[in-house]
Design a protein around this ligand. Structure first.
Ligand SMILES: [Zn+2]
Ligand SMILES: [Zn+2]
Length: 268
């Protein structure tokens, strides 16, 4: 039987180029691995590029869980008996038309950006505290030179903590003001994803937004954080790091030195 298998794969080498070909090959030599481990190993072997394989896997998992977990709620939405349990009406989360005026959408999203950035600054700074760093945040810092897909590469606990700034803030806003439309939520999530991916893009252009808006963080700000592991804790804006003197990078260090020198001169 083994002889026949060996002959087939010798005659049909392209079989090993397929995912299942890899799976069979790995299964043959790694009888101690369970099926899930073999499927896993075959994926990495077949892709031949760990970064890409991880990126695609993370993306697929995110979408699968996101849509998969939403499905039961979509079904429940259609069952009238469950209607009385729905918080939405109570929370003032509107889903109807017409959409709110553009001005409302813009000012609410502006507020979310400011609040999310604040939440991000403090929780991200806390995540750099020894034990939290070692157990949670270290995963995200595996890439010292980030690329777009690395934005969501983090421990699920971190995703939950930092995600509160993105999802929790609008929900609290809706609960307090009772003036919130789900379309605003969608636009906010899209913009926030753009912000997170751009911040991890690893590209600094002459036309990058922070040249126009000096307080906008952008890739330059977050890249330094990944490079130096310290300082630049904010997500969207530079003001928290500026005010609390946690800015990172050579320019910030230079400013700090100058300030110190000026202080010493004054003391003399
Ligand atoms: Zn960090
Ligand atoms: Zn990062």
């Amino acid at each position: 039987m083994d002889y026949i298998n060996a002959t087939t794969s010798a005659m049909l080498p392209h079989l090993q180029d397929t995912y299942w070909g890899q799976f069979d090959e790995i299964s043959k030599y790694n009888v101690h691995l369970n099926t899930f481990e073999r499927l896993w190993a075959a994926w990495y072997a077949w892709m031949g590029n760990d970064v890409l394989a991880t990126g695609i896997l993370s993306f697929a998992m995110h979408e699968l869980v996101y849509f998969g977990r939403s499905l039961p709620w979509m079904i429940i939405d259609r069952i009238p008996a469950f209607n009385k349990y729905k918080i939405q009406n109570y929370f003032g989360l509107a889903t109807g038309v017409p959409f709110p005026p553009l001005f409302t959408i813009i000012y609410q999203i502006a507020i979310f950006f400011v609040l999310e950035d604040t939440w991000h600054y403090w929780s991200h700074r806390a995540l750099h505290w020894g034990p939290l760093y070692k157990n949670i945040h270290k995963i995200h810092h595996q890439y010292s030179a980030p690329f777009g897909l690395a934005a969501e590469y983090a421990s699920p606990i971190e995703v939950m903590i930092l995600g509160f700034g993105t999802v929790g803030v609008p929900i609290l806003w809706a609960a307090v003001t009772k003036d919130f439309h789900i379309i605003t939520m969608y636009i906010w999530i899209v913009l926030r994803l753009f912000q997170a991916i751009d911040a991890h893009s690893g590209y600094e252009f002459p036309w990058s937004l922070h040249h126009v808006l000096p307080f906008w963080a952008g890739a330059d700000h977050h890249d330094t954080h990944h490079e130096r592991f310290i300082g630049n804790y904010s997500s969207s804006f530079r003001w928290w790091d500026y005010v609390l003197d946690t800015e990172s990078g050579p320019e910030a260090a230079k400013r700090r030195r100058e300030r110190k020198a000026a202080k010493a001169q004054k003391a003399q």
